[in-house]
Design a protein. Structure first.
Length: 358
């Protein structure tokens, strides 16, 4: 990092990070929090390789694996049988079983000067979901059905400006998420289609099982506005600190084939971290990632089960593997979750990536 002026104290960095977190989290309604609260990776991959004011082109690729295999409500876990008791009493509550997410995100960025950066992110999503549906007790394997999808997701284009300070270590972002991912509009009842290339299966692997919930599809069908900010600074001879935040909200939605609407929940993320740079070739680092997402809305939304706040502790490492090429690996360990309704949650999230500048 090309920063030469006197470092801020750790206390000042902490105050900046808390203020940023509170400001971003307050953008969402206080009583709402997630559309599929844990479907995405909240790791700050920008910070993983270190922020830079270098000019030129950069390509990147990262892969994330998220296995949502435990049911949670509020701040605690709950068994599928406990959720099924709602249906025993005449309710209509989905009893989810598992969601496995695999994300491959390709990035291309260009910095014509130290002040500006233009970045394009294209995610490819593989996701499978199994559920007992609105089954009652006793739950048995033959009640399971599910669906999966492998598709291009919603592409993001983000412009960053970091010319406010002469050290270029304070940046602001403005971007857009485009509705390029497969989106067909079905909800948990299984109406509609998953997209152009759905794969659905019922008990025993037969076709005709439930289709993916709207919030689990590769795309959301919406155009979203993205705003963000980041700040990084040395805090001692060997440690660099950073804080960043981003807020994303849908500004335009499209109706499905029968005119039903869906609006994904607003998403706010904040990350704070330290990088140990005594050896520039191998950099251990630690992030804390906080995500808050408001409930999804519309006729196709599962509003009751799609809001929450989650926090992860994310240890990781980056390494220079050759000239201008860095690789990194992180694991995200849950610190806290507060989820509305009954949602699937992972025991961990794993991410590996590579970045090359030229």
């Amino acid at each position: 990092m090309n920063v030469t002026h006197d470092p801020f104290s750790i206390r000042k960095i902490f105050r900046i990070s808390i203020a940023t977190a509170l400001a971003l989290l307050s953008c969402s309604p206080i009583n709402n929090a997630f559309a599929c609260a844990t479907c995405g990776c909240s790791l700050s991959t920008d910070a993983a390789t270190g922020y830079s004011a270098s000019t030129g082109w950069r390509v990147s690729a990262d892969y994330s694996f998220i296995n949502q295999d435990q049911l949670r409500t509020g701040t605690g876990t709950i068994s599928p049988a406990q959720v099924a008791t709602i249906n025993d009493a005449g309710g209509n509550q989905e009893v989810e079983h598992q969601t496995i997410n695999r994300y491959l995100t390709l990035g291309l960025s260009y910095s014509p000067s130290a002040d500006w950066n233009y970045r394009l992110l294209a995610p490819f999503i593989g996701r499978s979901h199994t559920t007992y549906g609105a089954a009652s007790n006793p739950l048995t394997p033959d009640q399971l059905s599910g669906a999966s999808v492998d598709s291009l997701g919603d592409i993001k284009f983000i412009i960053s400006y970091q010319g406010v300070l002469p050290t270029h270590n304070l940046g602001f972002q403005l971007g857009v998420k485009l509705p390029t991912g497969d989106y067909g509009g079905p909800n948990a009842s299984g109406t509609g289609t998953v997209g152009r290339n759905p794969v659905s299966f019922g008990p025993g692997g037969n076709a005709g099982g439930q289709l993916l919930d709207t919030s689990l599809q590769a795309g959301t069908g919406s155009t979203d506005l993205i705003v963000g900010t980041y700040f990084y600074q040395p805090v001692s001879q060997n440690f660099d600190a950073f804080v960043n935040g981003q807020f994303q909200a849908a500004v335009m939605e499209k109706l499905d084939q029968v005119g039903a609407d869906y609006r994904p929940g607003n998403l706010a993320t904040v990350s704070v971290g330290l990088r140990y740079e005594a050896n520039p070739g191998i950099v251990p680092q630690l992030q804390v990632n906080i995500t808050r997402k408001s409930a999804e809305l519309g006729a196709l939304a599962d509003t009751a089960d799609t809001a929450g706040t989650v926090a992860y502790l994310s240890p990781g490492i980056s390494a220079n593997v050759m000239a201008n090429t860095q690789m990194y690996a992180f694991v995200q360990l849950p610190l806290y979750s507060h989820l509305d309704g009954y949602q699937l949650f992972p025991h961990y999230t794993a991410t590996v990536g590579i970045s090359h500048a030229f």
